[in-house]
Design a protein around this ligand. Structure first.
Ligand code: BGC
Length: 464
């Protein structure tokens, strides 16, 4: 069955919704799980972070497999794992069972985190790739919001936490069915030599002329492409992409996005809002995040990625520095408390508009086709490890240094991030994936002969 390009982009991005839902839902559910399963603070930590452990493993295994078996098959596999992991969590009979189900769920989360941006960047036309690939982040933020709302709805029920965790089975089933109708990525098909199929997919999502030109460019460049290996990631040709992928992945987490998101409700309480007002405040922030992400994603191809990363880094650094100062001097004043809320919101806005989406957009587009699944997988693994590291260390760092000093440290990391962007990141906006690959060859100083016998690419394209 032929589906429209809107369908392809929507369902192609839907894995992001599950990513967001499954990472967001636990903050509400854990309060109930802890009471019913009598968790110690140690087991509580494991239940919460089990998804992160699974995600590291999922990104490491599922994404590279997509170089071999195709993007679509691995999205289907992830959807099936999402479904099983969600039901497993909902029906868990013991803490051990729940932890196992959440690790399984995490495998799907990690897989989706790498597959979705890669699939979207491979089906999107170059001129709109930022916006289309950014749909991933929009889905992540929508998933987080959905989790807040579902948590709110089910919080009155005795089996509330089971409903909260099990609810994810519904979007997982929708993702599975939708993906059955999705076409395979045309770039993967060309690399496999399945030209007629690639042509048919392009005919679905491009005008006749565009399809012809794009297919010619892909064929021209990928005719000699073999699937790469782990070693190829470290060649002179692929190294700049790896540096960007890993650098952005670590920085995105250690600039504090998740701790600030998680810390927001506590800040609300600290400024004197009651528990339920704090919860509504959280949903309010969730709605604002979705709106800001939507606006930012729709404008994503109007500005360079580097410009946006720099702009976001400055915005976050300034708001964090303001937060650090406020926390030091705000002892109990209501005005200072509200100013804290304001700068927290500004920080989150800058993150949602820049580093949130752009990390995933860029790791989906900078790696050469022969090792794209591998490269995206590694970057995603590193992002999850950094995420886990921050989650594990934040509580003890908080106890030792206090939130003010941590805000200051995050501000400094934002400045480091800006320096990194200027030193290592190259601009990808508006370039086709083939042009980006050509740029990597140019950076490596490949001669035409080497480029053809190397991973892929013929240098005629590089000169363009
Ligand atoms: C980050 C996640 C984060 C999410 C929502 C993603 O881009 O990688 O760690 O939870 O955005 O802010």
């Amino acid at each position: 069955m032929k589906v429209s390009s809107k369908f392809i982009y929507t369902f192609g991005a839907l894995g992001g919704l599950l990513f967001g839902y499954d990472t967001g839902v636990i903050s509400g559910a854990i309060l109930f799980i802890q009471k019913q399963l009598h968790l110690s603070s140690w087991t509580e930590g494991i239940v919460v972070s089990a998804v992160l452990f699974g995600a590291i493993f999922g990104a490491a295994v599922i994404s590279p497999l997509s170089d071999k078996l195709g993007r679509r098959k691995m999205v289907l596999t992830s959807a099936a794992i999402f479904f099983l992991g969600s039901l497993g969590s909902a029906f868990a009979t013991s803490t051990g069972f729940l932890i196992a189900a959440r690790v399984i769920l995490g495998i799907a989360v990690g897989g989706a985190s790498a597959l979705v941006p890669m699939y979207l960047s491979e089906v999107a036309p170059a001129k709109a790739r930022g916006s289309l690939s950014g749909l991933n982040q929009l889905m992540i933020m929508t998933g987080i919001l959905l989790a807040y709302v579902v948590n709110f709805i089910f919080s009155g029920s005795v089996i509330g936490w089971r409903l909260m965790l099990g609810f994810a089975a519904i979007p997982a089933a929708i993702l599975f069915i939708g993906t059955l109708l999705l076409p395979e990525s045309p770039r993967f098909l060309v690399r496999e030599g399945r030209i007629a199929e690639a042509k048919a997919v392009l005919a679905q999502i491009r005008t006749t002329d565009e399809a012809k030109a794009e297919l010619a460019e892909m064929q021209d460049q990928f005719a000699t492409t073999k699937m790469g290996t782990f070693k190829d990631l470290f060649t002179k040709f692929a190294r700049p992409a790896l540096t960007i992928g890993i650098g952005l992945a670590i920085l995105q987490q250690i600039m504090g996005c998740n701790t600030v998101l998680y810390y927001a409700p506590t800040i609300f309480k600290n400024v004197g809002l009651g528990s339920s007002a704090a919860l509504i405040g959280t949903i309010g922030i969730g709605i604002a995040n979705v709106i800001i992400t939507a606006i930012a994603v729709s404008a994503m191809d109007k500005f360079g990625r580097k410009t946006l990363l720099t702009f976001g880094g400055i915005g976050m650094a300034v708001s964090l520095a303001a937060l650090a100062v406020l926390v030091h001097f705000s002892a109990g004043s209501a005005v200072m408390g509200w100013l804290t809320v304001l700068f927290l919101a500004i920080y989150i806005m800058f993150f949602c508009a820049t580093w949130g989406p752009i990390l995933w957009i860029m790791i989906g587009e900078i790696f050469p086709l022969a090792i794209r699944g591998l490269g995206v997988g590694i970057s995603s693994v590193i992002n999850w490890i950094a995420n886990l590291g921050v989650a594990l260390f934040f509580p003890s760092l908080l106890a030792k240094f206090g939130i003010g000093d941590l805000f200051a440290a995050f501000a400094i990391i934002c400045v480091v991030a800006i320096v990194f962007v200027h030193a290592k990141v190259f601009e990808t906006r508006g370039k086709s994936l083939e042009e980006i690959e050509g740029h990597l060859h140019k950076l490596a100083g490949d001669t035409p002969a080497k480029a053809v016998t190397g991973l892929n690419t013929n240098l005629a394209n590089i000169a363009k």
